[in-house]
Write a protein that binds this ligand. Sequence first.
Ligand code: DX5
Ligand code: ZN
Length: 218
Amino acid sequence: MAFILSPSLLSADFANLQAAIETLDRTSADWLHIDVMDGLFVPNITLGQPIVKAIRKHAKKPLDVHLMIQDPDRYILSFKEAGADILTVHEEACRHLNRTLCQIRDAGMKAGVAINPHTPACVLENVIEFADLVLVMSVNPGFGGQAFIENSYRKIRKIREMKEKYNPHLILEVDGGVSLENAPALLSSGANALVAGNAIFSAPDIPARIEAFKQIGI
Ligand code: DX5
Ligand code: ZN
């Protein structure tokens, strides 16, 4: 089945993002995944709106912005202005998740909600209709190149059931430790969007690796 592939720029060379973006733009990758970290919600700091804006200037693909920041409501409009197309916040970082998701949609972006590995799928039960995307973290957020947490499949299957019941158009994205090896099982469990950082940027030939991922969906 066809799926969305969202290469994570976290594994690209931050001193040469333009080259990475141009390489990805020439491939059949669907989105560009951008990991924003605040050093508070996660133990790492990456980049913010000025860099998203700079990426937007060069990128032809939609920007899939994953906010790993506390109280993201403070920055919804500024990420829209910077050029985000999909804005994903963490359930664990929001006091009023319904309001946050509605504000993202009202700002004209797709609204995503991410859940950490320890967070059960049931927290999404009352907000799933208000989201365009659910992102299942299959590693603890903060770093690229970590090992996939195997019990994520169970959660993906549960969210797939919820999606069928309440929001059939929901995009179900998986982020963390995604590889060519586990992608087929992730897709058959119900994922229809995959983020991959290390698995793409560690490849000697990045376009060929993207093509190999996309072949899985055919
Ligand atoms: C981790 C980030 C991921 C990361 C995934 O906190 O949310 O998007 O880039 O990297 P890999 O695919 O290397 O696990
Ligand atoms: Zn991410």
